[in-house]
Every structure is written in C-alpha cells, then in structure tokens.
Design a binder for this molecule. Structure first.
Ligand SMILES: O=C(O)CCC(=O)C(=O)O
Ligand SMILES: [Fe+2]
Length: 242
C-alpha cells in the first residue's frame, strides 16, 4: 500500500543531511572478509536515540504516528487485522499500546553505487519504508522489490520479483511482515530511505510508569481516561499529570 507525501521535501532533506553528517563523522563500515567499503549503511534513527540530531529522532516518531493515524482513517478494517493486540478496537486502544521495533529500527538506509539489501522478510506486524531521495535525480537503479507467495530468500534472489516500487521521495510504502522483499542495487548516486518494522504490544505497568527518583512521590494513581499516547505529558512532583 502506498501513501503520498507522508514526509515533506524539507523533512526529507533534513534526514538526509543528518545521515550524511553522521556518515562523514563515523568512518565507512568495511566488510571484515574482503576489506571493501560497504555500499549499504544502516543508521539508527530511533525515537529514543541520540546519534543523529534531536530533530531527526523526533521526526522518526512523528513519521510513525502520522503513518498510524493515516492508516487508521484510511483502512480501519485492515488495521484491526494487522494489530489484533488492540482487541479489534483500534484506535481507541492505541492509548494502551507501545511500539516494539525490529532490531534497532527505525533506520535510515544509505545506499551508494552497488549497495543492495538481499531478499528477506521483516517478521513484524507491519513495515513502513519512505524513500527520502528522488529516483532518477539523486540516484539511479534501486527501488524495493516484492515477491508474492511463499518462497525462501535464496529462491527469491534468482526469481524475478512480482513488483518493484520506486516512488517519489516522501511517499510511504506499507507491507506485512511475512512478505519477501529486497532493496535493489543502486547503480549511481545515493539512495536514502527511512524504514521501520514493528508490532504494537500492550504496555506493562513497568513500561508505563518508570521507577521514581529518590525524593519524588508517586501521588494518587493516574485516572484511566484515554489519552493520545503521542502527546507528551508532564508529571508534577505530587503525581498529577498536566
Ligand atoms: O531498500 C529497500 O528498499 C528495502 C530495505 C529493507 O527492506 C529493510 O531495511 O528492511
Ligand atoms: Fe526489509
């Protein structure tokens, strides 16, 4: 499924600049066996991260909340199927959910000429990928390939894909975690994408309420009114939320 303009041009440019600055700072990864430079670098852009600038990490969270917001309005029935953890009452139950990412995702993948990502499945409930750079302007080749049906990665790598998507920068691609896909080789230029695979899960009491620092009191139990989990809330020293 495709969703136009999830990230605007200025936001794409900001994420690209932050990624390139990080790559300039940290020497290129080198293949341990061959000693060659890796043409695919994966830079963490986690909402809780600190490696890029603050705007990038905040934007990662915004991108995901925008994506879920749009999905729940455009495809409510599909979203109920994808996230059965929400008890079929998405989005009301979103307030009780937290995001469990695959590995250290979200990442920004940066492909230079020759860079590719072999066929694989992401394994979580939902994957979202947003190209940040412009096909045929910033890079040539590349794109995301998909295979329909059940096949092993080594079979997929010698089978023509069923679909290749090379959408405009800022357009989101969504797919389910069991679908075989790959990043096709970039032939020229640099291709940047934002990518995250995740499942929603219930927050436990321990994730909901971190232990208080010495000197702080927890105050009365918070009320169970529904809140938008994407809005930050401030807890006063007496425990009330403002
Ligand atoms: O580059 C692409 O189009 C695919 C990237 C991907 O599948 C991933 O990072 O998990
Ligand atoms: Fe993937």
């Amino acid at each position: 499924m495709l969703l136009d303009d999830l990230i605007n041009a200025a936001e794409c440019a900001m994420l690209i600049a932050a990624t390139d600055a990080w790559c300039d700072l940290i020497p290129d990864s080198v293949n341990d066996e061959t000693g060659e430079k890796m043409e695919l670098r994966r830079i963490e852009c986690h909402p809780d991260g600190i490696n890029l600038n603050g705007e990038s990490h905040a934007l990662a969270f915004t991108i995901l909340s925008r994506a879920l917001w749009n999905l729940q309005h455009m495809k409510p029935d599909l979203v109920k199927k994808i996230f059965p953890e929400c008890g079929g009452r998405f989005p009301e139950h979103l307030a009780d959910m937290s995001i469990k990412f695959s590995w250290n995702e979200p990442y920004i993948n940066r492909y230079t000429a020759g860079g590719a990502f072999k066929p694989h499945t992401d394994g979580e409930a939902l994957s979202i990928l947003v190209p940040l750079s412009r096909p045929d302007v910033d890079f040539r080749g590349g794109g995301t390939a998909f295979w329909s049906g059940k096949l092993e990665p080594d079979v997929a790598s010698v089978t023509p894909p069923s679909l290749v998507l090379r959408p405009a920068a800022g357009t989101a691609i969504f797919w389910r975690g069991h679908i075989m896909h790959a990043g096709l080789a970039v032939t020229e230029g640099v291709r940047h994408i934002f990518v995250a695979s995740f499942t929603l899960r219930h927050q436990t009491e321990s994730t909901r309420q971190p232990p208080l620092a010495p000197g702080f009191t927890s105050g009365p139990a918070p009320s169970r009114q529904r809140r938008n989990p994407f809005l930050a809330e401030t807890v006063r020293m007496d425990g009330a939320t403002i």
